[in-house]
Design a binder for this molecule. Sequence first.
Ligand SMILES: Nc1ncnc2c1ncn2[C@@H]1O[C@H](COP(=O)(O)OP(=O)(O)OC[C@H]2O[C@@H]([n+]3cccc(C(=O)O)c3)[C@H](O)[C@@H]2O)[C@@H](O)[C@H]1O
Ligand SMILES: Nc1ncnc2c1ncn2[C@@H]1O[C@H](COP(=O)(O)OP(=O)(O)OP(=O)(O)O)[C@@H](O)[C@H]1O
Ligand SMILES: NC(=O)CC[C@H](N)C(=O)O
Length: 579
Amino acid sequence: MTPAPDPAGRPALGLFQPASALYGSVMDQIRIALAQINPHQGQILANADRIRAARARAAMEGAHLLVTPEFSIAGYPPEDLVLKPAFVADCVKAIEALAAETADGGPGLVVGGPWRDGESLHNALYVLDGGRIIARRAKHELPNYGVFDDKRTFVPGPAPGPVAFRGVRLGLMICEDWWFPHVSETLAESGAEILIAINGSPFEVNKPYDRVDLAVARVVETGLPFVFLNQVCGQDELVFDGGSFGLNADRSLAFRLPLFEEAVATTDWTRRNAGWICAPSAIPPQMPPLEQTWRAMMLGLADYVNKNRFPGVVLGLSGGIDSAITAACAVDALGPDRVRAVMMPSPYTSAESLEDAAACAGLLGIAYDSIGIGPAMAAFGAMLAPVFEGRQADTTEENIQSRARGLTLMALSNKFGDMLLTTGNKSEMSVGYATLYGDMCGGYSVLKDLYKTRVFALSRWRNEVFPEGARGPRGPVMPLRVIEKPPSAELKPGQTDQDSLPPYDILDSILEGLVERERDVDGLVAEGHDRATVVRVWKMLDRAEYKRRQAPPGVKLGTRAFGRDRRYPLTNGYTGLIA
Ligand SMILES: Nc1ncnc2c1ncn2[C@@H]1O[C@H](COP(=O)(O)OP(=O)(O)OC[C@H]2O[C@@H]([n+]3cccc(C(=O)O)c3)[C@H](O)[C@@H]2O)[C@@H](O)[C@H]1O
Ligand SMILES: Nc1ncnc2c1ncn2[C@@H]1O[C@H](COP(=O)(O)OP(=O)(O)OP(=O)(O)O)[C@@H](O)[C@H]1O
Ligand SMILES: NC(=O)CC[C@H](N)C(=O)O
């Protein structure tokens, strides 16, 4: 069969011909396609179809091999799904079907999935070629920290040896395997010629570029070129950013795939005396941290809403910055037609808030309703008056306002099917500055891992920058006043956040020390913080664990997100004050 024309204008490398017919027993050129795809967790057949489509494209481009990410048949992390034998069997069946299809003489395949070997269940990769499974390799290093629980469900495999694929010895690894030197070194010592790591590596700000630095270390240690392939998707609280790349043995970056977008790319490799060299391609510029953050929030929300089949989202739009930036992110992720905002004024809502909320909705082009909560406040006041007789008004009455709003929004969600977005940011969720079953109502949060000082910075940024792939307005998304006015919950007259909390720059700096860096009181005092403020914030942080445990999931953006990343006891007597 004649090789298909190459859209990129490169010479055809002999599609559908056995490598030996072209190159004798050893190939001196190989075209490797990389599928940076978005699997849908658990949709095994649909994921197999995604892999099929990528392979068809790779075949068109004359590739010999198509590589797909870690656990690509199901999506990573599969969590306890793999404890169900039927799930494992279905994954293996789908991989066997893909293997049979490689009898067509087209590209071979590397697919990630489970492998039951006797009593042991592995997180594995399968190499498929010529109509069969030609090799399997089990993940050797199982991550068991932060958001990772691989050891809970998988058994580690032995350090892998290279796989001979059409005469090329590939050093195939699975994610955590390449984060330490020894697996790459073992592969190099046993004759691997190109290192290829398939990944489910979740996003943190700047991690796309930190990975390249780490990969350089593997290249220096082994003297081999290195390929990193990642999935690109939102999976509950995690976002996988893609950002696949290749390094030549001289440490130069040969190619880099886009961040936060699917891509199938072909890479051309030539064997020289000194080893394999990948033909370089144009490298996209580095994405600034605020844009990385925004794109991660967009992808996390879009995949959560779309994969869970919601028609759209609804949220309370107060005229404050948290709901404004949440609405803007939802519009960028889903488009204005799928976002619905509701202003729910009380007697304490200012004229500015009414104006600002309406202005935000106008800038974003979203449906906007106003539903006053005065009648609900009056009704609850009357209902509770007999039992509350003789008691002063306090946060109880404030929380009723918040809960009246939560109840109203949940009614809209129930009636129209849209998922409720909750708007709490990381500073508020750290110190419990939110109402259970009130403003904490909701199915998902885009600000959950974003400190308030970052909320301000991101809002200014989005007012000036139109991010790639956004479905929202090219211009500003909120009036400047929303960013500049003092934050207020408006649950009583004249209230501002700073009545109850330290200024946000101080609060965030202390929280960053306590949460992201696990510093203690003395450590933060040594860094220049006021002791009494640190102790107060520590207490608020500890006390609010029960609220966070009941909070909706949200996008992990930084090094230590509340949820599966940071797990503290609810019942906790440790105060950090033991001298
Ligand atoms: N350890 C524990 N384990 C399980 N549950 C625990 C608990 N400790 C208290 N609780 C429960 O939690 C209740 C207290 O929590 P909760 O009812 O939320 O009420 P609470 O935390 O007392 O008040 C809400 C706070 O959020 C602030 N805020 C800020 C910004 C916006 C909004 C808003 O709503 O829009 C609110 C508001 O100003 C107020 O300070 C207790 O009455 C008790 O039922
Ligand atoms: N008047 C209101 N109308 C609609 N929703 C409201 C109203 N007041 C509060 N909410 C909802 O409750 C959430 C919590 O209020 P909160 O005051 O913490 O946030 P914000 O008003 O968006 O921002 P800021 O913290 O800057 O005031 C809001 O984001 C919004 O979703
Ligand atoms: N899936 C994995 O093994 C991921 C672990 C790896 N250290 C990462 O964060 O990318």
